[in-house]
Design a binder for this molecule. Sequence first.
Ligand code: GGG
Length: 373
Amino acid sequence: MQTPEASRTVKVAVIPGDGIGTEVMDPTLRILEAIGGKHGLDFVWQHYDWSCEHYTRTGRMMPEDGLDRLAEADQILLGAVGYPGVPDHVSLWGLLIPIRRTFRQYINLRPVKLLRGIESPLRLQQDQSIDFVVIRENNEGEYSEVGGRLYRDTPEEVAVQEAIFTRRGVERAARYALELASTRRRRLASATKSNGIVHTMPFWDQVVHEVAADYPDVEVRDYHIDALAALFVLDPGRFDVVVASNLFGDILTDLGAAIIGSIGIAPSGNLNPEGEHPSMFEPVHGSAPDIAGQGIANPLGQIWAASMMLDHLGHPDAGAEVLAAVEATLDAGVRTPDLGGTATTTEVADAVLEHLATGAITARTAGTGEAAP
Ligand code: GGG
């Protein structure tokens, strides 16, 4: 976390990207401007149209000097990446992954918290809640460029993909997760598959437990990823902090988003914990071409990600105020269709803004987004 003194004027690189990313970004910037006004933060937006559309025009997801330009920003807000017509590996490796790696955003922090006003699709007991955090290792693991394809388009074709796990990479993810657990309920679940993945996963387990020796107050337990996924559904209340490799963390957090109501609300922070480089905040969801252009995308994942950016900037009061406004909006029944409502993206964002301005939301007909008569 950076010091509040250092961040009165905050330069934010804004990359809406593709599909619904372009629809949820503008409302989020309005909300950041409103909260910035209340907390003495002056945002300077640096807008970049880097996207699949940019790729089809120029052959690149971002210009050659794109990363140099981003380096000038304090933080980055990203919408979504990917669109039909551009292969997914092209869009991801042309934009999102180089940003995560160049800026050493080695922690991907993904809260899985059931917000007030949302019902989980799970049948939770009265006293059960869902409130845990997944720490996804964000720079290595299964997301690797090492490998290749031989004898393309022949019956002998071979594809090889190497997973890369370094001691440094696993140690720093484990330490971040253990530090976090020690400020929470002191329980760490580590995602593994050491029965089937014979080299990297026993190594992961070993390093996690070596680091855990420095945190005797944190109870650490390994779970095979398949059992862990089942327990997210059957007993989510048992989890406090979960640490996982890049791919496992990615898959788990879509499931995490589902159990808190919708992938549309889940946020994500790609953190460079040392603050030597910008961090990047994005919703967990992708560009959702199936609903793009209809004005019904849920903006709350992007808004919650913006609240995480405020926390990271050293303004947790501002971050908490935005999240409280999000919860109040949901509690007032103002919801997009993914949450069973009929409100539009703008109506949801307007309700968040209204709460920030007045501390309340005008009574609305539940789920319609319209003011009650
Ligand atoms: N919100 C950014 C986005 O579009 N994410 C979709 C995605 O597939 N991301 C892959 C990843 O997080 O590794």
